[in-house]
Ligand binder design. Structure first.
Ligand code: BG6
Length: 279
């Protein structure tokens, strides 16, 4: 079942319920902010004090960073404009009793061309079943080439950051945003301080483990991933985050960031896709 719903302030979202999962996807930002597989734990963290309002990014779920990750394009706002733009619903379909597909689209407007002067189409394709898959398909509709960096800025719901371990990033070149240095990273990731790094040359599955739970992250069209936790001091300064929120989430962001940027020629498309499975 797929329903178009609104909060009291008119902010619209899709509510999906099928035999395998339930989900909520905002039309602003094509932003999935809830995904609950029937047989497993809630996948995505959502800040309890996040606001749902126009022009403001939801804190949690999967913000879509596009057409620029972080400050990769200094002319644009941090993480680009897609996460605060209103998408159009193209299709919403129960493919079978266990699987629903939702397609949302953003195209250029006078407003987007003023800050990023290109004609484009960005389709976001959600496939919702036992697993969640999200595809960002960018098509260059202009007569000139453009460059994008992007990320699926996934906030994973965890019980306690001190019990989390991330594997699949061993021996990869890694840019540390805190020290501004690039060096190889060795071993699995655990957390006891602020962590903000961009990993390159990725081809493998990433695993997020906490106690008995494992989430598998498979990406295609992407050779980079960002791992982020703000820890105590930064968390206290972040918008729409309670002081202890850093304990409850970790972000693992399937990306085309920094040197993993993509240049699209006129009429060319590129898809970045991530699939999240609780094992
Ligand atoms: C991460 C960055 O991707 O996003 C961090 O690596 C940043 O540096 C974080 O703080 C959150 O960004 P924002 O704009 O959603 O507050």
């Amino acid at each position: 079942m797929i329903q178009l719903k609104q909060f009291d302030n008119g902010f619209s979202y899709l509510q999906v319920n099928n035999l395998s999962c339930s989900a909520k996807i905002a039309l602003q930002g094509a932003h999935i902010f809830e995904f609950r597989p029937v047989l497993h734990d809630n996948l995505l963290w959502l800040s309890p004090i996040s606001e749902f309002k126009e022009q403001s990014a939801i804190r949690g779920g999967i913000p879509i960073c596009w057409p620029s990750f972080g400050n990769n394009n200094p002319a644009l706002a941090q993480h680009g404009f897609a996460r605060t733009s209103l998408f159009t619903l193209i299709s919403a379909e129960d493919i079978n009793p266990n699987t629903t597909q939702i397609i949302l689209k953003l195209t250029d407007t006078q407003e987007t061309r003023e800050i990023w002067n290109y004609q484009f189409e960005l389709e976001v394709i959600f496939t919702l079943s036992e697993t969640l898959s999200v595809e960002l398909k960018t098509t260059n509709k202009d007569i000139k080439a453009f460059k994008i960096t992007q990320a699926l800025h996934t906030y994973f719901d965890i019980s306690d950051i001190s019990h989390v371990e991330i594997s699949g990033l061993d021996n990869k070149p890694c840019f540390d945003a805190l020290t501004q240095k690039t060096e190889p990273f060795y071993g699995n990731i655990t957390f006891n301080e602020e962590f903000d790094r961009v990993f390159q040359n990725l081809h493998d599955t990433i695993l997020l483990k906490e106690n008995n739970k494992t989430v598998e992250i498979k990406s295609s069209g992407s050779n980079s991933a960002v791992v982020w936790n703000p820890w105590i001091d930064k968390c206290a300064k972040m918008s729409a985050m309670e002081a202890d929120a850093y304990k409850e989430f970790v972000c693992i962001e399937s990306a085309n960031a920094y040197e993993d940027f993509r240049v699209l020629q006129p009429q060319e498309s590129h898809s970045l896709k991530a699939t999240f499975t609780t094992l």
